[in-house]
Design a protein around this ligand. Structure first.
Ligand code: SAM
Length: 328
């Protein structure tokens, strides 16, 4: 690695924090109508004028704003991803990850103690933030095309009932229902999440094809006789024992020849790559006590549960996670 690349990583939190603060302050939203000078932006965002100007200039250097004379405007990237009216908006997930700033500051403590930092928040304590977390999953699935790629590669021909375990916003189920007109989806998650999923589902025309099921996957049973189950972006938040028990439970509820599709960051044999997965593992260790797993571990849980014909698909760019599929 070159010296300057190393310095860029060491100081990387500055770029990150500047984007997080700009989103939190509503800088990009203030520029949706017309270009403004720094004083007008400071007024609109309720901020100090001279410090706002410094932040705006830094955002220009990062290609998130343009500056012409004294007027600032959103760049193409900001317009696509950082303005709420865009259907590729990433602000919810940015706000959510921003909440883990203090936990990252305590990474050294977690590595020493073996303990995660306090969970960022639970669905019951902080309703508004929980909604941004769940909407954040929706942002990702749409903006990076994860939902569309899923519908391209997960073959549900001939299947009629889909169970989406810990569905979050439900984006993958909606996309699969749109792709397979005879498919019905059962969306299972905690009550606070189901509330948000119901709101998001109203943006899709899938009347009569979605059923929401409130439950806790650790304690409650899933509906029976489903043809396909999704376990998407979940295994990283649990330990190996919980994952084995979840996969066993899903196996019991699948009909004969039913399939389980797991989607997650899947690490290589020595758990170092891909980089996204390796870094995400540290994030999960810090915030949930979970981690990312390698193919051997996931195949082992699936075959112990009784699945056969287990295979890995992807990661398919620009997705950073892969699918592991098994048949009952
Ligand atoms: C990272 S999100 C993934 C959501 C969705 N599968 C997706 O990929 O978009 C994790 C989800 O797990 C749900 N969850 C966490 N603990 C749960 C539990 N004990 N029972 C049911 N759902 C749970 C959360 O409500 C959240 O929707």
């Amino acid at each position: 690695m070159e010296f300057n690349d190393l310095i860029k990583i060491i100081d990387g939190f500055r770029d990150s924090r500047i984007i997080h603060s700009a989103v939190e302050l509503g800088i990009f939203e203030s520029l949706t109508e017309e270009p403004l000078d720094s004083n007008m932006i400071a007024k609109s965002c309720n901020c100090d004028e001279s410090n706002t100007e410094l932040l705006l200039n830094a955002l220009v250097s990062m290609n998130l704003l343009n500056k012409s004379e004294s007027l600032f405007s959103n760049s193409k990237t900001a317009t696509e991803y950082l303005v709420r009216s865009s259907n590729q908006y990433m602000g919810d997930i940015i706000r959510f990850t921003g909440r883990s700033w203090d936990s990252w500051g305590k990474l050294t403590d977690s590595v020493k103690s073996g303990m995660p930092q306090e969970p960022l928040y639970t669905e019951k304590q902080y309703e508004e933030e929980w909604e941004s977390f769940i909407r954040g999953m929706h942002n990702f699935a749409l903006s990076r095309s994860d939902a569309k790629i899923t519908a391209d590669v997960v073959d549900l021909s001939g299947k009629s009932i889909l169970l989406d375990v810990a569905c979050g916003p439900g984006t993958y189920s909606y996309e699969l229902c749109l792709r397979y007109p005879n498919l019905k989806a059962l969306l299972f998650d905690l009550p606070e999440t189901i509330k948000v999923a119901k709101k998001i589902s109203s943006e899709y025309k899938l009347e009569g094809r979605l059923e929401f099921v409130e439950g806790d996957y650790k304690n409650d049973d899933f509906p029976a006789n489903v043809d396909c189950a999704l376990l998407f972006n979940i295994i990283h938040q649990e330990d190996g024992k919980e994952n084995q028990s979840l996969i066993n439970k899903i196996f019991q509820r699948l009909s004969e020849n039913g399939i389980l599709v797991i989607k997650d960051h899947i690490l290589n044999e020595n758990k170092t790559l891909p980089e996204d997965g390796s870094l995400f593992s540290v994030q999960m260790m810090l915030t949930t006590g979970g981690r990312c797993y390698n193919e051997i571990e996931v195949y082992d849980w699936m075959s112990s549960a009784g699945f056969s014909e287990i295979k890995t698909v992807g990661p398919i760019s620009p997705m950073t996670s892969a699918f592991i599929i098994g048949t009952k």
